[in-house]
Design a protein around this ligand. Structure first.
Ligand SMILES: [Zn+2]
Length: 87
């Protein structure tokens, strides 16, 4: 993926660089990764990681996201949406 002019394959719009926080579930554990460089499509909001980023995340995953390498640990509140009435 070219760094400067990556066009969204979904809708053919030029993407923009940004940094985001990624959350993912690894088994029963929620893992957060901060400041992940992405390209975001302003049209369809699709996010794309470059090869290096995917590789780094994959490396962390293959090592089981070792807790001793975490920058910090956060506590997160969990919400449920109210049950819906059948229509
Ligand atoms: Zn798009």
């Amino acid at each position: 993926m070219s760094d400067e002019s990556f066009v969204c394959p979904e809708c053919d719009t030029a993407t923009e660089k940004d940094d985001v926080n990624v959350s993912l579930w690894e088994a029963e554990r929620l893992v957060l990764i901060e400041n992940v460089p992405v390209r975001i499509c302003p049209q369809c909001q699709e996010q794309y990681y470059d090869q290096e980023t995917r590789l780094e995340i994959e490396k962390l995953r293959s090592r089981g996201f070792p807790l001793e390498e975490a920058t910090r640990v956060v506590e997160a509140p969990v919400f449920s949406l109210p049950p819906r009435n059948p229509r």
